[in-house]
Design a protein around this ligand. Structure first.
Ligand code: HEC
Length: 164
């Protein structure tokens, strides 16, 4: 082999090694991303099952009138003016969080934002809105129900935080 041949040979081997290394280096990262996504999907599914079992029954009574497609309108919905007010409330509520199909809810928030938002609103007693609680006195959450909702949001957020 002459010098040029040797030179080209070395060059070829180097670029081949470089090529392999580059791909070696790339590969695990993509596998990790795929795995991370799988773990995330799995966690969200588990949170949904947990929600359906422990939280949805509470939300059906206290939240679905506004945050789902199964609104049970009260009798005064037939009163002009009141109807407009309620319809606005319901469409706004559903735009933010739509609970008809379980967790994750539909809307413009991520699951983490939904969990944080629910935890905040329940803790502060913001939901269901006061004017609605006044009309539907059974819609307010008991202390035990509030605790259940807060526990659910906490263990769900913990689960999602663990995913690396
Ligand atoms: C009488 C109708 C009504 C009921 C019942 C109701 N909500 Fe709401 N909800 C609204 C409206 C309207 C909004 C949007 C405006 C606002 O934030 O006040 C909203 C917003 C929210 C938000 C914030 C979304 C955002 O984008 O910031 C959360 C979280 C929420 N509701 C959770 C609940 C939960 C949980 C319940 C039941 C415990 C509930 N709501 C019951 C009307 C309702």
């Amino acid at each position: 082999m002459n010098k040029t041949g040797l030179y080209l040979g070395v060059l070829f081997l180097c670029s081949a090694a470089g090529f392999l290394l580059a791909h070696e280096g790339h590969h695990p990262e993509e596998v990790l991303k795929g795995k991370q996504k799988l773990r995330m999907d799995k966690a969200i599914k588990e949170i949904g099952v947990d929600y359906q079992k422990n939280i949805e029954p509470i939300f059906k009574v206290s939240c679905f009138d506004c945050h789902s497609s199964t609104t049970r309108y009260p009798w005064y919905h037939v009163v002009p003016g009141v109807r407009g007010l309620l319809d606005d409330d319901v469409s706004e509520a559903r735009e933010h969080i739509e609970m008809s199909d379980g967790f994750p809810f539909k809307g413009h928030h991520t699951p983490v934002q939904q969990l944080t938002g629910v935890a905040y609103d329940i803790d502060k007693g913001k939901m269901p809105p006061l004017k609605y609680r006044v009309m539907h006195w059974k819609s307010g959450l008991t202390e035990k129900q509030k605790q259940d909702v807060e526990d659910w949001t906490e263990r769900s957020l913990d689960k999602l935080k663990e995913i690396k």
